[in-house]
Design a protein around this ligand. Structure first.
Ligand code: ZN
Length: 256
């Protein structure tokens, strides 16, 4: 069986501008995530970034060759061209898996897929995050304990303005008292979308073993069973003889 084809996309700006972030992710957040996914899932993984590559590294040929796209963005969501957003959106509806991480809740393509503002409360105060596993039997939670802690993270609090998840797999508790639905799955068209909360750039979250396990499992879980465009509404010939159908209808109705 050919290995899963994964593209890890990162805006890759904090790492180039901030010494703390650069010291945690010297090759970029995308490189750390890509290595973890490759090692833990056996997938064939490439990376793409906002400014280093034409089309943000997401040309049509790349998406056609991608089973699952992982997305990390924060400060430059607006720089992602609407053309690329539409391309990714259509790829997901056509079956490509999408794993959106942390501040990717405000990515244009996530907003478009959810149809809501995806807003939340937040605070940067070096708080402990405790992630509670709500679905130990789910494929994404294999190898994940009953709960685990990230010693320091940014707080995200409810209400998270997203549609009711099809699957809610984890809830986070923060030292300051808030809770957050931190691991959610939605079906959109033929594609599956995962949102996973942890991953503020100034903390070593993507080096954490449980976080890596969840991302690798999520990539495997949202792998497409089918890639087929859902765009267009073709007029279709009847399978059996129907009373009022002839060649003139083909000419009249065309494609809508
Ligand atoms: Zn953050």
């Amino acid at each position: 069986m050919p290995s899963l084809r994964v593209t890890v996309w990162n805006e890759y700006l904090h790492e180039l501008e901030n010494e703390t972030v650069a010291s945690i992710y010297p090759e970029g957040i995308h490189a750390t995530i890509a290595a973890a996914v490759a090692e833990r899932s056996g997938a064939s993984v490439r990376t793409a970034t906002l400014r280093q590559d034409a089309d943000h590294g997401l040309a049509p040929a790349v998406l056609d060759d991608t089973d699952v796209l992982v997305w990390w963005g924060h400060k430059a969501h607006g720089e992602v061209s609407d053309e690329v957003v539409t391309r990714v959106h259509q790829a997901v509806l056509g079956g490509m898996g999408l794993v959106v991480l942390h501040s990717g809740h405000n990515a244009k393509v996530f907003h478009r897929l959810m149809g809501t503002n995806c807003s939340l409360k937040w605070r940067e105060a070096d708080e402990k995050e405790r992630v509670w596993n709500l679905a130990p039997g789910h494929p994404i939670m294999q190898g994940v304990p009953d709960h685990f802690e990230l010693p320091q993270e940014e707080m995200y609090g409810e209400r998270f303005d997203v549609p009711e998840p099809d699957e809610l797999l984890a809830i986070s508790w923060f030292q300051g008292g808030e809770v957050f639905r931190s691991l959610c799955v939605w079906q959109r068209g033929h594609g599956k979308v995962v949102y996973f909360r942890p991953g503020h750039e100034t903390y070593p979250t993507y080096h954490d073993a449980n976080v890596q396990t969840i991302i690798a499992n999520a990539v495997t879980y949202v792998a497409p069973r089918l890639r087929r465009s859902t765009a267009g509404c073709p007029m279709t010939e009847p399978l059996e003889s129907v009373p009022n159908w002839g060649k003139e209808h083909v000419l009249e109705q065309g494609e809508r």
